[in-house]
Write a protein that binds this ligand. Structure first.
Ligand code: GDP
Ligand code: GDP
Length: 461
């Protein structure tokens, strides 16, 4: 759950002040006992409900001046190594100094994540220093005042992506999202383009006999390429590489799809649920395949619900479309059923196809790429808060037991699926209806149709 943060920076930028603010006086006093080395003091820090371990590198200026540089360097490097992320402080009132540049260079070389912090930014005096900080090439600086406790919500947002969840899925490299790139013109974050080289992990799930193996075989044709077992996935399941319009796709393939065993019906059903869950966890986009002659059976609905709960992007395919006579009427009927039976995935693409003939596969893939792109989007903080400001102006949260619930700030620390955090004076008091209203607003304003969205409420100071 917890992660480790190193506070890095030259003497006098405010490292101890920030450390004391985040850790609280008590621990700092204990560690200040004479004779105790202060080189790298670890402390349990907290901002709102985000908890982490913090390593302070302050106090090094008291060291023997002759070896100061060497010691500072060694200690700093050790702290950076130990930590998941470094908070690199500069003094916004002084601006960027050559020593700051030296530290920035060191941090870049180590190559671990850095949150750039411009401290002492209260009032107007710090403004130019905050802008200067961009020149360090370490992304957007978080402007704070450690002494006055300002900017803590921004610091929270910058550190939040480093919080790990114990039950994080096998999404290897996806523990957190990198900061968004900065637009050099405006100094604001901008949306990052989608990485087109990265293969898209796709699972095709559905009840037995929906036609999954048939579709996969049609997709792969003669080009079928079997690759070895994937790390983290059990032996009997593998992924198959495929390319569609120059996009790399990793198709999750289960043993059940490759060779059908003659087992009795109920056993097949059970197998399929386990397979589905594993496939969903593997996937970024899930194709739920329904047999159009018997659509929306109980198990289909369960799988759709599972996909939504696991936060994956979803496309629903109606297979065996070649058997349908009045296609227009059928599609209208299916749309109505989807709306009624699956409100939790409203707006997901519904694609008719035939795995047997291959008709509809192109449509399936283009819809799949669209939801994948949406699922990966990160909305820049500034745009989000401009939107929030207009919402608060026209439709603020209602008063609960006579007191207004205040919303202050919003950020999207993660994509896949898009996950938003809102800071709120009383998170527990904000009505669910209002949370849904916010999410619907985000969905419409930023065009995030058809993917699950998450909104976390955090208590803001
Ligand atoms: P360190 O050497 O990096 O640990 O820096 P300190 O925490 O000892 O702070 C150095 C000086 O800067 C002290 O006089 C602090 O009171 C002052 N300071 C720290 N944070 C702030 C701030 O946010 N605003 C202002 N104006 N002064 C600060
Ligand atoms: P799975 O259990 O989901 O992998 O389903 P299969 O791919 O084994 O297909 C089950 C049955 O449905 C087989 O008899 C297939 O021939 C048939 N089938 C699969 N796709 C289609 C299709 O698009 N149209 C028609 N008419 N039959 C299909």
């Amino acid at each position: 759950m917890t992660f480790t943060v190193a506070i890095i920076g030259r003497p006098n930028v405010g490292k101890s002040t920030l450390f004391n603010r985040l850790v609280g006086q008590k621990i700092a006093i204990v560690d200040d006992t004479p004779g105790v080395t202060r080189d790298r003091r670890p402390g349990e820090a907290r901002i709102g409900d985000l908890y982490f371990t913090i390593i302070d590198t302050a106090g090094l200026e008291d060291a023997d001046p002759e070896t100061l540089e060497g010691r500072m360097r060694a200690q700093t490097e050790m702290a950076i190594e130990e930590a998941d992320v470094s908070m690199f402080l500069i003094d916004a009132r002084v601006g960027v100094t050559p020593v700051d540049e030296h530290f920035a260079e060191l941090l870049r070389r180590v190559g671990k994540p850095v949150v750039l912090v411009a401290n002492k930014a209260e009032g107007k005096v710090g403004e130019s220093g905050v802008l200067e900080a961009y020149s360090l090439g370490l992304g957007e600086p978080v402007a704070i005042s450690a002494e006055h406790g300002e900017g803590m919500a921004d610091l929270f947002a910058a550190l939040l992506p480093f919080e790990r969840e114990e039950d994080e899925l096998s999404d290897e490299e996806d523990d957190f999202d990198a900061p968004l790139p900065i637009d050099p013109e405006t100094g604001e974050e901008m949306e990052a383009p989608l990485d087109l080289n990265r293969p898209i992990k796709v699972a095709i799930v559905g009840r037995p006999n929906a036609g999954k193996s048939t579709l996969i075989n049609t997709m792969l044709g003669e080009d079928r390429l079997l690759v070895g077992p994937e790390a983290g996935i059990t032996r009997d399941s593998i992924s198959v590489d495929w390319t569609w319009n120059e996009r790399r796709i990793k198709l999750f393939d289960t043993a059940g799809m490759r060779k059908k065993s003659r087992v009795i019906e109920h056993k097949l059903e059970r197998l399929s649920v386990g397979d589905s869950l594993r496939a969903i966890r593997f996937a970024e986009v899930v194709v739920l395949m329904l047999d159009v002659t018997i659509p929306f059976e109980k198990q289909d609905l369960q799988i759709a619900d599972l996909v939504a709960r696991e936060g994956r992007a979803l496309v629903i395919a109606f297979n065996k479309w070649d058997l349908v006579e009045d296609r227009q009427a059928k599609m209208a009927e299916l749309r109505e059923m989807a709306e009624r039976l699956l409100p939790q995935v409203r707006g997901v693409p519904l694609v008719p196809l035939s795995g047997l003939t291959g008709a509809g596969i192109d449509k399936l893939m283009s819809e799949l790429l669209k939801v994948y792109a949406t699922w990966n989007r990160r909305i820049p903080t500034a745009a989000l808060n401009r939107w929030l400001a207009s919402v608060l102006e026209h439709h603020p949260p209602p008063a609960v037991s006579g007191r207004r619930v205040k919303l202050r700030y919003m950020t999207q620390p993660k994509a896949r699926p898009p996950t938003f955090v809102a800071f709120c004076s009383r998170p527990e008091a904000l009505p669910d209806a209002y949370t849904r209203y916010l999410l619907n607003g985000i969905r419409e304003t930023f065009k995030l149709a058809a993917v699950p969205l998450r909104l976390q409420l955090r208590k803001g100071e």
